[in-house]
Ligand binder design. Structure first.
Ligand code: KG4
Ligand code: ZN
Length: 355
């Protein structure tokens, strides 16, 4: 019988402390035995955004407790683990250091391999708990810090074909929610209040919709929301603005996904699209992307809802895939606050970017 592989995953790149244990039985997909997530929403809510020092302190306070909880829930003993994987970037350096140093200590004490995981690769592989997905595929990563289309040819083999030139999509949701006085994080709030509003009430801009290939820009949209905000009088107006914002995002996503698929088809025989990252939890966004994939005859995969936002199970699955390829790291590996999936891609942020 094939040996079971047990991998521990740790995630502390931003404001979620999470530890997961997953098992590979040689079956089609690995099994999540535990995925404990402690969110810091309460810590950061009053600031309307993540405060790095507070986040790091909270990770420090929680990491050991969460690890013990994950071990208890999975009924796995530390000595039975095959490897320790942890997010080593990208993210907030003070936060990454807490989880990754904890992983180093465990790896050293247990004499088990250490695996440094790119958080974005974790998102990219997150639908693989439910589906066996073959490379190559097109990836749309939509999170709080990233908005990118990537051609994925294998583990660690990414080519970026589109990115945002200013705000990430999750960031645009969060900033719009903050302007409208909704809670944090803003994405789920906008989605909730949009249901009560009229999506056609406000005419908002769709920056670079007809140029720049499958690159995105959301800064102008956010500024337009700010301008309209001054005319808001009632709660209903607020819901209408939230709904109009989301409807505009849907139009942008629809168009840019079409462009990305046509560019992907030129360089790959793959016919699948994976959508991952926190914003992939949005039902309306899922539906519009499903529509594009239906029209383009593409298979579409999303992670389970609870695996869209940051969690350690996705880090453990990336750890598992690297474990199978014996991609281990030394104890002198340092965290990388900036760690693009495609390190040959040009930096495209800031004003004056030529598209
Ligand atoms: O992937 P994630 O948990 O963290 C990063 O790696 O950035 O993504 C967090 C982002 C936040 O900006 C949050 O507002 C957004 O995902 N988000 C959503 C929804 N749920 C979370 N955006 C739109 N609709 C949602 N339902
Ligand atoms: Zn993330």
């Amino acid at each position: 019988m094939k040996k079971k592989i047990l991998i521990l995953g740790i995630e502390t790149s931003c404001d979620e402390t999470s530890v997961s244990i997953i098992q590979d039985n040689g079956k089609k997909t690995p099994k999540i035995l535990a995925n404990v997530i402690s969110s810091q929403i309460k810590v950061h809510k009053k600031f309307g955004g993540v405060v790095p020092e507070l986040a790091a302190r909270s990770h420090l306070e929680k990491i050991e407790i969460i690890t013990k909880k994950a071990l208890k829930k999975s009924k796995v003993k530390l000595k039975d683990l095959d490897a320790i994987s942890a997010t080593a970037g990208p993210g907030l350096i003070v936060c990454l250091s807490v989880g990754f140093n904890f992983a180093k200590a465990l790896s050293m004490a247990l004499k088990k391999p250490l695996i440094a995981v790119n958080h974005l690769e974790g998102h990219a592989l997150s639908p693989m708990f439910e589906n066996k997905i073959n490379f190559p595929y097109l990836l749309l990563l939509i999170s709080g810090g990233h908005t990118q289309f990537l051609v994925v040819r294998g583990l660690g083999k990414y080519k970026r074909i589109g990115t945002t030139i200013d705000d990430a999509l999750g960031e645009a949701f969060d900033k719009t929610a903050k302007m409208l006085g909704f809670g944090f994080p803003g994405g789920p709030e906008i989605e909730k209040y949009s249901k009560k509003g009229n999506p056609d009430k406000f005419d908002l801009p769709k920056p670079i919709i007809n140029k720049g290939g499958c690159n995105f820009s959301f800064a102008g949209l956010k500024t337009a929301v700010l301008r309209y905000k001054n005319f808001i009088k009632t709660k209903k107006d607020k819901y209408d603005l939230a709904a109009s914002f989301q409807a505009t995002v849907l139009k942008i996503i629809y168009k840019k996904t079409k462009v990305a698929i046509s560019e992907f088809k030129k360089v790959s025989k793959g016919r699948s699209l994976i959508v991952a990252g926190g914003v992939a939890a949005n039902k309306q966004i899922r539906n519009i992307i499903k529509k594009v994939c239906y029209e383009e005859n593409f298979k579409i995969y999303f992670p389970k809802n609870e695996l869209c936002t940051d969690n350690a199970a996705m880090i453990a699955i990336a750890g598992l895939k690297k474990f199978k390829q014996k991609k281990f790291n030394n104890l002198n590996f340092s965290v990388k606050p900036r760690w693009p999936l495609d390190n040959k891609a040009k930096f495209l942020k800031g004003s004056g970017v030529k598209l």
